[in-house]
Unconditional design. Sequence first.
Length: 269
Amino acid sequence: MADPSPTETNGTPGLAGAAAPRAPAAVRLRGVSKRYANGTLAVEGLDLDIAAGSFVSLLGPSGCGKSTLLRMVAGLAPLSTGRIEWPGATPRLGFVFQEPTLMPWQTALDNVALPLKLAGMAQAERQRRAREMLALVGLSEAASSYPRELSGGMRMRVSIARALVTQPDLLLLDEPFAALDEITRFRLNNDLLRLWEAHRFTAVFVTHSVFESVYLSERVVVMAGGPGRLHADLPIPAPPRRDEAFRTSPSYAGLCRAVSEALAGAMAA
Ligand SMILES: Nc1ncnc2c1ncn2[C@@H]1O[C@H](COP(=O)(O)OP(=O)(O)OP(=O)(O)O)[C@@H](O)[C@H]1O
């Protein structure tokens, strides 16, 4: 059985760095805390390095601050204390929400092209790029369909294409597949992995699912709540190509067991 050699941090500042990745960090969080206006302390004193080009999952019980953390990295929520550093050039960010949040009155093509339109790109070029992205997510045929004409999985594909059309260096995904059936979810997991292999953006993926986190990631960061903090940092040694053979392998089962145990620890913490 593969041994992921988890680094239990138990929320102790400093120990989180023990599993720090060797590649240069795309983003570095230092002493990050978030207290909402109503007094809720959602995240406290969090240190985390995310290696450039890596695929990292944030896993933890409901309410432990995963979305808050992701929104702070995206600049959508201000920090209360601490800092977020970008050691390289400031990256282009892409964000995929749990809901596809498409414009209902626009076609799939126009939804994907929207960020380019907002950036002031000429129509012919933005449509060309949007078509290319739709092809990458397997939706060429649906370019002129409206969101209401698409299935939940197709809508999520459009949403991913829209996030990738600006060629982000850092893709933040907040439980993007939580509302989908398992077959669609597995398919989109594979689509996302193929896109990541092709483009090597840094991916930070928030999920509740141990199985999904192990399937997708090179590293699973387990958070505990009350207030949100790091609990464990687990490398996921897996074959370079993750596919159905990996999903049904004993090593996958072993890794899932180790991550489940860390999650149970986080819930008890
Ligand atoms: N805008 C807000 N105002 C006040 N409190 C908030 C706000 N957003 C989140 N919280 C609180 O902050 C804590 C962390 O919430 P957050 O959504 O980040 O957790 P989460 O781990 O992503 O949860 P889930 O997995 O259920 O989506 C929770 O206690 C939540 O109630």
